[in-house]
Design a protein around this ligand. Structure first.
Ligand code: ADP
Ligand code: MG
Length: 142
């Protein structure tokens, strides 16, 4: 596990970009943290590192946004409003996981459907900034 201090939004975008360069098709990334922690910001930095011109809105209401990247589809999901894990089948997310890259805010909503080998990013508030714990990235050279 690696801990990082991320002092502002720009640094959070930069961290997302750094992780974006280490992505592989089939990765599932759990973005863990409370409301306003910076999950969407980090996802935005990651998506924009691959697709610089995308605005990357929060998928709060749509639950899912997909982006076509050479080699895979990039899924950005906000599962806060998922009422039951099984709804993830209808979204197409369960079929996508393990093949595409899936960035998941509120991954706990998937319960047992969450892959056990997902990479984890846990964000905590620390003063004005954030403390970020990365789990599973050790052999990724990020
Ligand atoms: P979440 O998706 O976790 O609810 P957001 O990504 O929407 O959170 O970010 C909420 C707010 O926190 C935004 O105003 C964003 O600019 C800010 N923010 C993101 N990362 C940081 C950081 N590392 N330090 C301080 N503020 C941050
Ligand atoms: Mg969000």
């Amino acid at each position: 596990m690696e801990y990082l201090t991320v002092i502002n939004e720009d640094e959070m975008l930069a961290l997302g970009a750094r992780l974006g360069r280490a992505l592989r098709a089939g990765d599932t990334i759990a973005l863990i943290g409370g409301l306003g922690a910076g999950k969407t910001t980090l996802a935005r930095g990651l998506v924009q590192s691959v697709l610089p011109h995308e605005t990357v809105p929060s998928p709060t209401y749509t639950l899912v946004q997909t982006y076509d990247v050479p080699g895979f589809t990039l899924w950005h999901c906000d599962l806060y409003r998922l009422e039951h894990p099984d709804e993830a089948y209808e979204l197409g997310l369960i079929d996508a996981m393990g093949e595409d890259v899936c960035l998941l805010e509120w991954p706990d909503r998937l319960g047992n459907l969450m892959p056990k080998d997902a990479l984890q990013i846990e964000i905590k508030f620390e003063g004005e900034g954030r403390r970020v714990a990365l789990t599973g990235w050790d052999e990724r050279d990020v």
